[in-house]
Design a protein around this ligand. Structure first.
Ligand code: AQP
Length: 332
């Protein structure tokens, strides 16, 4: 099993990123060959400050290592260090349908939020994402539920490439968490917890301290059922369902087990207290380790350099095959 996933260098990773993705990257190291990439080229598709991007990349890398990614047991690198990614994206664009890109929800949401410029890069973002994965012939891509449409597109791209040029690329499978695939905003539980689209009070950050985490979870929106029922439900119980998912994911149990553990609860306050306690226990060691790692940027760069060397060796072999079957570049 070869696992690949990418994460944006937004620096302030949130609980949704942690439960929906980062935890599964760490587990992936024991299941197969894990290849993880901080996707700085993706971050240039919306307005950004160059110095800030570099700093946030180190923040994100330090969070990944603090969470348990071990550079000796996985390939951990920066996307822009491996030039095979943008080259493969260009080549894959020739088998990508414009109409498919035009249907991407993420483009519609993010383009609407841009003030000065909707860049062509934001539109072609999913092709670069396909290149990120296909360059490594990855078999599995652990992501949150919000990435389903991008994963389906990358599978279509790989299938169309193989049909047009012969069996060259591996068609990967998306893998989605059974608990916590879509953590919702605590204040608006019908919207996903998000870096750009969420409410400040409804978003728990990996680096929030225990007091802040507890305050945000204790203020989470629930419902006015009388008597209060701590059970999963439809949109009218979105807040309680989200807290149960968070509790289960943070404890590493099923949602049924989380519900059962609160059978004797007096009200939503008990659910919130349990969820806050579990999230504090989950994130505190990550924050403490992050604080030890973040100051040493030379050490972080050394991790990226080693990772890029390993990544290039894998991606360049795929690129050589892609160039050959497409009839571009010098043969041999
Ligand atoms: N709310 C979420 N629940 C579960 N998983 C989530 N992911 C994102 N939000 C949730 C998963 O986290 C991984 C990394 O996402 P990213 O690189 O896109 O990081 P980001 O841009 O900082 O996160 P957001 O919140 O998704 O940003 P916005 O909403 O601003 O675009 C992915 O596997 C993702 O599925």
């Amino acid at each position: 099993m070869r696992i690949f996933s990418g994460i944006q260098p937004t620096g302030r990773k949130h609980l949704g990123n942690y439960i929906g993705a980062i935890q599964h990257y760490v587990a992936g190291q024991d299941r197969g060959e894990g290849i993880y990439c901080v996707v700085d080229l993706h971050a240039t598709t919306v307005a950004y400050d160059p110095a800030d991007l570099r700093a946030r990349l180190y923040d994100t890398l330090a969070i990944l290592v603090a969470s348990g990614l071990d550079p000796d047991r996985c390939v951990l690198f920066r996307q822009s260090d491996v030039q095979e990614h943008p080259e493969l994206a260009w080549l894959l664009a020739s088998v990508t349908a414009w109409g498919d890109l035009n249907r991407m929800h993420q483009f519609k949401e993010k383009s609407g939020a841009q003030r000065d410029l909707v860049s062509a890069g934001l539109f072609t973002y999913p092709v670069l994402m396909a290149a990120d994965v296909l360059a490594y012939r990855a078999t599995h891509v652990p992501v949150g539920d919000d990435q389903r449409q991008h994963i389906e597109l990358m599978r279509d791209i790989a299938e169309r490439f193989n049909a047009r040029f012969g069996e060259t690329l591996v068609v990967p499978e998306g893998t989605y968490p059974t608990v916590g695939a879509r953590i919702m905003d605590l204040q608006e539980p019908t919207r996903k917890m998000s870096t750009t689209g969420g409410t400040p009070e409804g978003t728990v950050y990996v680096l929030d301290d225990a007091r802040t985490i507890t305050k945000k979870i204790k203020r989470a929106v629930t419902d006015s059922d009388d008597p209060p029922t701590i059970r999963r439900g439809g949109p009218e119980k979105a807040g309680v369902t989200n807290l149960l998912e968070i509790l289960a994911a943070a404890r590493g149990t099923t949602v049924d087990e989380a519900e059962a553990s609160l059978a004797g609860a007096r009200g939503y306050g008990d659910l919130k207290a349990a969820a806050a306690e579990a999230v504090v226990a989950l994130l505190t060691p990550v924050r403490e380790r992050y604080e030890e790692l973040r100051g040493d940027e030379d050490a972080l760069e050394a991790i990226l350099e080693t990772g890029a060397g390993k990544a290039r060796a894998l991606a360049s072999a795929t690129l050589a095959d892609v160039r050959r079957v497409m009839g571009v570049a010098r043969p041999g």
